[in-house]
Design a binder for this molecule. Structure first.
Ligand code: SF4
Ligand code: SF4
Ligand code: SF4
Length: 755
């Protein structure tokens, strides 16, 4: 034997990878006593070595390891049946048993039962004329050549029923009948089923291994069984598996050091079931590393790992229905005109108007538009089109202009920090939003045109500075307060933009949607997704600003715009980013702040107004009102205890429709009372007489109150249904928990209601 001798024992866990000694060895050279004809016959089927040991340290990994050890040490070398779902490398488990057994110096061959002829000639025939590897020289039989080696019969459950009895008999007694001559002359290889002139009894001295995806009743009694657990029950091992795969793939890419894989990424992958098991995981790792735009990243970005987390049912593809809509929406000429030719200059005009025009809402049309139109409209838009505002947002248009200028001047930009960015950015975003709300209340921004403009310019400054410092749109992804709110409520939308994971993994090698690149096929040259998101990886609408860059870049028409059921992003298995719940509580705090007098006006030291008087007292009471929902949540967390934290978090997300409804109800007051006055208000400073003749409309307070009630009813209904989906409770506890949104709905009506 020319192969390196190796110990038969299995050594213990090593860095989470339970290693098999022989996995590092090369294929043992064929035994010298084999004739050239035998070598030729066996060569196509040889199993050279084990591919890998058992990865992981979970109890499932250890149980599997123990089962392999027991089978390897079996003195009687009984047949082994290895069963489990597809993609679990069951053939490798068989190799682990064989190469860990005393017979490890003997050869192992593998045949796929799904491909064997029903007459068994591939296995029991001499090979000449049977397609079994015969060379046309000396007629030899595979089992004779294998002598005392190991025969692995893969996918026994897919063997032809006519052949099965012969295979079972071979495993049970070792007996078989050779089939001579051309295929089809004899049927069945076992003594029991033998027929044909050449059938004569033989005995196989080696060991038989089977693999199967289903149970095989005939084999149960005669085989040692090894059941391989699917990856989804071994979630604890997933980190080891991913890091192992990244190490292997990095080596083949020639990278000296494999990229770091963050715990956040592992946690996200742990929410996925991996129906294709190890095979799917390895493909995922391979695809992820191929996508890494930078060539050799120090840490793997989360975005390159995209998985289809749940079935995408009940979707209606708008672009398949109206293909011309897609062509129009992906036109760069349209977007360039809209964003850089129109929106950018309208934004400048609005700000000039706010700074130089009258300062109150009754005489400044821009201020009227901001508070009476923009707020109600953007809130009304969330359930329909999610983050639509972000597709033509003027803040970012100026950010992009700044970035393009900087690039033209040769100023360098940094890659943005990924990985755990949300961990610090999400609380910062929520804090920023809280500061804006406080400023709004204390500074009476609704009635101060220059301060409203200052707020808009401040957000624009954030977008410009981030765009100068970092590549892409770091501001939009992590820090923009308006974007944070848009992303949160976009989860409720009935529309989504997604790529087909199947098309992407099956037909794409450029990943132009994500990485950018030159034009290819019908894909246009772009810089890739400005949020560093892969459209097939999107698990909710939060990280997509609907810029349609991916639609322009994709050469395979993989990206589609679809209608879906409301709030489809909110599912029980979702993994909201760290800190996002903070923003939700801040938005709820905004409601309390807006109607602070109803809540805190009776307290001692309460100022008569938040807009006039000593600043410290106003700030203190404003902050107190703003912090009320967060305080209630902290209290609930303390009462619920550690085991109920996730349920509490999901319950908070279930209140999102109610929060949306309460905010809309609050902004309906100004919207319905003043939006219809925008024309006379706009012209009144310059042409008061003309302005007085222009159409004006203002809703009666009772009508506003009725609409508020209606909106809040929708919100309460949405939250009650979401509670059922997210908490999946039995009917009675669900009805009890549903009292919470009902009570909050009534409270909101009292808080923000008119009439
Ligand atoms: S995230 Fe903010 S800056 Fe970016 S597009 Fe949306 S609103 Fe504009
Ligand atoms: S969306 Fe298009 S460009 Fe992106 S990976 Fe899929 S097929 Fe490739
Ligand atoms: S490129 Fe596609 S996935 Fe990325 S933000 Fe734009 S529309 Fe969304």
């Amino acid at each position: 034997m020319g192969h390196k001798a190796a110990s038969a024992t299995i050594i213990g866990a090593h860095n989470g990878l339970i290693r098999w000694p022989l996995m590092e060895t090369r294929q043992p050279a064929a035994a010298p006593y084999l004739s050239a004809a035998c070598l030729h016959r066996l060569a196509p089927h040889l199993v050279p070595m084990v591919r890998r040991g058992i990865v992981g340290q979970s109890r499932y990994a250890k149980t599997l390891m123990a089962a392999i050890q027991a089978a390897a040490a079996d003195g009687q070398a009984r047949p082994v049946l290895i069963s489990g779902e597809p993609g679990l490398e069951k053939d490798n488990i068989a190799a682990l048993v064989h190469f860990g057994s005393p017979a490890r110096h003997k050869l192992m061959v593998r045949l796929n039962c799904a491909l064997l002829r029903p007459d068994g000639s591939d296995l029991f025939g001499t090979g000449s004329g049977s397609g079994g590897g015969g060379s046309g020289g000396e007629a030899v039989n595979l089992l004779d050549c294998l002598a005392g080696g190991a025969l692995l019969l893969d996918q026994i459950d897919r063997a032809d029923p006519a052949l099965r009895p012969a295979l079972v008999e071979l495993a049970r007694t070792g007996n078989w009948s050779a089939i001579g001559g051309a295929a089809g002359e004899a049927v069945g290889g076992a003594i029991s089923g033998a027929a044909g002139e050449a059938a004569k009894p033989r005995h196989f001295e080696g060991r038989v291994f089977f693999t199967s995806e289903r149970s095989v009743a005939e084999l149960d009694a005669i085989c040692q069984q090894i059941r391989v657990p699917p990856l989804r029950v071994r979630r604890q091992d997933l980190g080891e598996w991913v890091r192992y795969g990244v190490r292997l793939r990095s080596r083949s890419l020639g990278w000296s050091r494999p990229p770091v894989v963050s715990e956040a990424l592992i946690k996200r992958l742990q929410t996925y079931d991996f129906p294709g098991n190890v095979r799917e995981l390895m493909q995922l790792v391979d695809r992820a590393l191929r996508q890494c735009a930078s060539g050799h990243p120090a840490e793997l970005p989360e975005d390159v790992f995209w998985i289809q987390r749940r079935s995408q049912r009940a979707r209606f593809d708008l672009w398949r229905w109206k293909p011309q809509l897609r062509g129009w929406m992906r036109s760069p000429r349209f977007w360039n005109f809209l964003l850089f030719g129109l929106v950018s200059w309208v934004f400048v005009l609005v700000n000039v108007w706010l700074w130089l025009g009258p300062q109150d809402r009754q005489h400044n049309g821009a201020l009227n538009f901001f508070w009476a139109w923009w707020w109600p409209l953007i809130l009304l838009g969330y359930p329909l089109v999610g983050r639509l505002w972000c597709s033509f947002c003027p803040f970012m248009v100026w950010g992009e202009i700044g970035q393009r200028l900087a690039r033209a001047l040769g100023l360098p930009s940094e890659r943005w920090p990924r990985g755990e960015t949300d961990r610090w950015a999400a609380p910062l975003l929520a804090g920023g939003f809280a500061a804006i709300l406080l400023w709004e209340a204390v500074g009476d921004l609704e009635n101060s045109a220059w301060q409203s403009s200052a707020l808009l310019l401040l957000i624009t400054a954030g977008a410009v500075i981030s765009s100068l410092r970092f590549e892409k749109r770091f501001w939009c992804r992590y820090l923009c307060p308006v974007g944070g709110m848009n992303g949160l409520f976009a989860k409720l939308a009935i529309s989504e933009l997604r790529a087909q994971a199947g098309t992407c993994s099956g037909s794409c090698s450029s990943y132009a949607c994500f990485k950018g690149g030159p034009a290819e096929g019908e894909g246009l040259a772009t810089a890739g997704c400005p949020l560093g998101t892969h459209p097939a990886h999107l698990t909710d609408n939060r990280n997509c600003v609907l810029c349609l860059t991916c639609v322009q870049a994709c050469p395979h028409r993989s990206v589609s715009l679809r209608l879906r059921p409301p709030a489809a992003d909110l599912q029980r298995d979702m993994q909201p980013p760290a800190g996002e719940a903070g923003l939700l509580l801040v938005l709820a705090g905004g409601l309390c702040l807006h109607s602070w007098q109803k809540l805190l006006g009776g307290l001692p030291l309460a100022p008569p107004s938040l807009t006039a008087g000593p600043l410290l007292g106003r700030l203190a009471f404003g902050a107190l009102a703003l912090a009320l929902p967060a305080a209630v949540m902290l209290l609930a967390r303390a009462v619920a205890g550690p085991s109920r934290q996730r349920a509490l978090n999901l319950g908070l997300y279930a209140l999102l429709p109610l929060l949306w409804a309460a905010l809309l109800a609050q902004h309906l007051v100004l919207g319905m009372a003043e939006a219809g006055l925008v024309l006379p208000v706009s012209l009144s400073p310059w042409w008061p007489e003309t302005a007085a003749r222009l159409p004006a409309w203002s809703a009666d307070p009772h009508v506003i109150g009725f609409c508020q009630t209606l909106v809040l009813l929708v919100g309460v209904g949405g939250s009650v249904l979401l509670l059922r989906r997210l908490l999946r409770q039995a009917w009675r506890p669900w009805l009890v928990v549903s009292l919470v949104p009902l009570a909050l709905g009534l409270g909101s009506r009292w808080l923000v209601g008119v009439g």
